[in-house]
Design a protein around this ligand. Structure first.
Ligand SMILES: C[S@@+](CC[C@H](N)C(=O)[O-])C[C@H]1O[C@@H](n2cnc3c(N)ncnc32)[C@H](O)[C@@H]1O
Length: 397
């Protein structure tokens, strides 16, 4: 994820959707162009999330996963490191730290290759790894700087500036969530025809905002009932999103603006950090061609509130009215720790879609969720990754 433009950011003032410039993560005003080390290795499915997490933890945020929709299991992990900060001994330490992640799985880390690149190369590398990516039957993840290809014009385009591997839609856990969200929107548990109140969606760990934006698109473009976007009734949608990472909050914010949910209102959450909390309203653009829907009555328009925080912050945003749908794509141990508080953000008759877990973790996590009052069911999987749907185990009044 890219931080907001700062005074020393050469992209400051560029319109949303313009190509990301080759800005070092911590650019200094007047700094010389940097060279970069490009790390590359095959991302084994069992290790991918741990590897991405480790790189994040080490402050390495220029990360990408290269894959094609036709070869989902052949995934290359790429990371760009400022060469000045990563001389050979540090890169060796990094290799050892990454190799250690494979021990618990009884695996050997595939070989790591290093390639030195100039700033310009870095920029080109970055862009060429992201292509329009259809997900499910209605959605399209569209790199923010590209026009929507004609063949995808009937899809709901989610424009994303993929400054981070999480939330580009390429990770199986994100895809699982997007596909499950689409199924929920069109299925019997989703909003009914004739429903007048807006759908309330909670996004816990929003990353780039991709899930929040998908919900907004689905429920403001009238796609929820599977009808053509222009003719179906839109329910309207209120999305509440949090992430503990301030960069994720800013990225969600920037991507919301890129998708027609801009015009931030004044910070709205008591006790929130005014720098990273806000709300936005808008009617999502239908399809990738950018045809904006006419703004309807307020309850048919999407609104988004974003704050830095975790489940407590989400409950504060929801202000005592838990959501119909909870989206949460975070590692299994984190979900387990958060589960006792899910009742504060998910209504008793609502559904939670939990991703970020390995299929091998389903049994243990389901037990922990049961102890917290949630009935969990594995409803989808991609390679080693699973998606749980949760319902309240208590009778709904
Ligand atoms: C795997 S990414 C998912 C991003 C996006 N929702 C998606 O599906 O692609 C997980 C996100 O959860 C955030 N996160 C991790 N632990 C969290 C916590 N306890 N509370 C809130 N956010 C958390 C991370 O900062 C990260 O942005």
């Amino acid at each position: 994820m890219r931080p907001d433009p700062s005074p020393d950011d050469p992209t400051a003032g560029q319109p949303p959707g313009s190509a990301p410039a080759p800005t070092p993560v911590r650019a200094q005003a007047g700094a010389d162009l940097q060279t970069w080390w490009r790390l590359e290795l095959l991302a084994l499915p069992e290790l991918e999330e741990s590897l991405l997490w480790k790189l994040q933890a080490l402050g390495i945020h220029r990360v990408a996963i290269e894959h094609t929709p036709r070869t989902p299991d052949q995934r290359q992990l790429l990371a760009w490191l400022p060469a000045a900060d990563w001389p050979q001994p540090e890169r060796r330490q990094l290799e050892l730290a990454l190799a250690a992640l494979s021990d618990p799985f009884g695996l050997t880390l595939p070989p790591i290759t290093w390639q030195q690149q100039g700033d310009e190369d870095w920029s080109l590398s970055w862009k060429q790894h992201w292509q329009p990516d259809p997900v499910g039957s209605r959605l399209l993840v569209l790199p923010a700087w590209l026009d929507c290809p004609v063949e995808f014009a009937d899809r709901l385009a989610i424009r994303i500036d993929p400054g981070n591997a999480f939330g580009t839609g390429s990770h199986p856990t994100t895809r699982l969530c997007l596909e499950a969200l689409e199924r929920w929107a069109e299925g019997p548990e989703g909003p009914r025809e004739g429903q007048t109140r807006p759908v309330r969606v909670a996004d816990l760990g929003c990353g780039s905002g991709i899930l929040a934006l998908a919900a907004l698109k689905l429920f403001t473009a009238g796609a929820a009932l599977g009808a053509p976007a222009a003719s179906a009734p839109a329910h309207g949608c209120q999305v509440f999103a949090v992430d503990c990472d301030p960069l994720a909050v800013r990225a969600t914010w920037a991507n919301a603006a890129c998708n027609g949910f801009g015009a931030p209102a004044a910070p709205s959450v008591p006790g929130g950090d005014a720098g990273v909390v806000g709300s936005a309203h808008g009617a999502g653009a239908a399809g990738g061609a950018g045809a904006a829907l006419a703004r309807g009555p307020q309850d048919r328009v999407g609104s988004l509130q974003v704050a830095q925080g975790s489940v407590e912050g989400l409950a504060a945003l929801l202000a005592g009215q838990p959501a119909d749908l909870l989206l949460c794509n975070i590692l299994a141990p984190v979900i387990e720790a958060l589960a006792p508080a899910f009742a504060t953000v998910l209504a008793p008759g609502g559904v939670g879609l939990l991703s970020g877990l390995l299929v091998s973790q389903v049994e243990g996590l389901s037990q922990a969720l049961a102890a917290a009052g949630w009935r969990a069911e594995l409803v989808a999987q991609q390679s080693q990754w699973g998606l749980l749907a949760i319902h309240s185990a208590r009778p709904v009044a």
